[in-house]
Design a protein around this ligand. Sequence first.
Ligand code: SF4
Length: 694
Amino acid sequence: VIDIGQPEHSLVTTCAYCGVGCSFKAEMRGQELVRMVPYKDGKANHGHSCVKGRFAYGYASHKDRILNPMIRDKITDPWKEVSWEEALSFAANRLRAIQYEHGKESIGVITSSRCTNEETYLVQKLTRAVFLNNNTDTCARVCHSPTGYGLGQTFGTSAGTQDFDSVEQADVVLVIGANPTDGHPVFASRLKKRLRQGAKLIVVDPRRIDLVRTPHVSAAHHLALRPGTNVAVVTALAHVIVTEGLFDEDFIRTRCDWDEFQEYAEFVADSAHAPETVEALTGVPAAELRAAARLYARGGNGAIYYGLGVTEHSQGSTTVIGIANLAMLTGNIGRPGVGVNPLRGQNNVQGSCDMGSFPHELPGYRHVNNADVRDVFEKAWGVSISDEPGLRIPNMLDAAVEGTFRGLYCQGEDILQSDPDTKHVSAGLAAMDCVIVHDLFLNETANYAHVFLPGSTFLEKDGTFTNAERRINRVRKVMAPKNGYADWEVTQLLANAMGAGWSYTHPSQIMDEIAATTPSFANVSYRLLDEKGSVQWPCNDSTPVGSPVMHVDGFVRGKGRFIRTDYIATDEKTGPRFPLLLTTGRILSQYNVGAQTRRTENVVWHDEDVLEIHPHDAETRGVKEGDWVKLASRSGETSLKASLTDRVSPGVVYTTFHHPSTQANVITTDYSDWATNCPEYKVTAVQVSPSNGP
Ligand code: SF4
């Protein structure tokens, strides 16, 4: 037992790791954080937490944190510590010089899903109101951008339809391409409780995830599909529902476009989509597909939860559309216990998308070509806003290599580690005249930076995060920023160094501006959040204290829209040289590329990434448990230790990507989702062979 002494005071704030958004009491002694206690009145977590939120805050005071701004003329020069004033003036002058020489479209930003709503709003405002272009993109590009497209097209807005509490009224839970026990542990506990009470489970995943193996819970159906065949599986489920007459005609006639449904029904009813036809392609027995479809359609309240195993594919958007189709077909939308719920990875990925980080959308998912919406922001900001969608991250990098995109402000994101095709990312960064990295640590991207602006942690700022259930939670400043400024202040200083004249003195004023310009946030204020604890958007005159369930009486777009889901095989093929398929995921104790969790003083965080391989595949390659193996793809190769397990099927291998040495993105391909450019991280043809180590 470690005596940590008595705290002197505490403040309620929100975990900065995953999209569950657990509330904690940060217990302080002076300026020292002594303990994070799960907050029993937190509406997302009801007093529960996982190890990351409870214990992994040591990175905030880690010696690797950079606390002073730095600049350098060329990326081969050594860094020089300078004052904030000098760093911001250097950055502003470079950005303005680039625009003067190469045009206003030659610079842009990447926002962070780890920063607050207010900070993200300001960064996209910097782009639109100061840079005068729409070159803003977000790290959601590489995770949930297909959710934005798929749910936007079918339902009319990009958001989970339910609150987490809703799972307690589900009778059948369909989990597809998600591993909640590792990725969203507090929600997973709620889900497992419901399963132990008798709700049925369908898991669609190439790997036998923990949920399938949970004691006292037997997955009714584990559809262990071949990676890359999500669309074929989802369409086969719809085929059974339509051809066996299991659809909810009343719901469809009332709530959806009937003509579009009829076209869709004709499409899915084709025998090409029958379970028996796609069995060989997907690897899922036809009988299992049929039984799962019947259970989801007729088992009572059916709730769908999905993750990056859906989105990070060349057909990620198509699968999201297919999932929405399933919910509309069966009337499983618009009441507690049902719905379509993307499990968001990062703490504020929902919020960063809500706040207009995408290059084609202003805050509230409204297209930049909508003159009425532009008018609202033009009046609020006093500038003219471009109606041309800006560049996505991969297009920024392409344009950088071509020489037309020359300056980037990258807040809280390490694109060199987290984005696909590492060689292309580094080539794009190296070609720019001004890369500004705004982060806690000198990350890999900072190797290509000319300006480093120290970032602040969630403990050092006020603001809000929006979790995966659209819940806007308060983040409260429990200590002064060690670097001098919260991130929103740094963005304001940069904007003002470029002539903006902004004068926010507290993030609550930024939220007031969001509420005034964004109808789904119209009633949100810090006063309301302090009074209610948290609220779920939409929160406006029709729903003054928020909306736990969306699409209750009608879809945001009016009638729900069925869209056909043609399966198109990925261009990434296995063959004699690369006969196995690699897929990736996370473990509970680490977070993304590990920048925070690897800097927490506790040995349990320092586990290594390993390659899971089926014993049969290992034996035929002469690989034993714990051996080093070479993992090679058409893109590159790396070394890992092997872990022999039947959690993966023969022909499939799996690894996590938390350690830089794993270099997972050296292996992955540059294929991406057809609608959004979300990278296809989940399907890579590889070969595994014995090696002597790295
Ligand atoms: Fe934080 Fe997510 Fe764990 Fe909750 S479940 S404590 S939000 S990492």
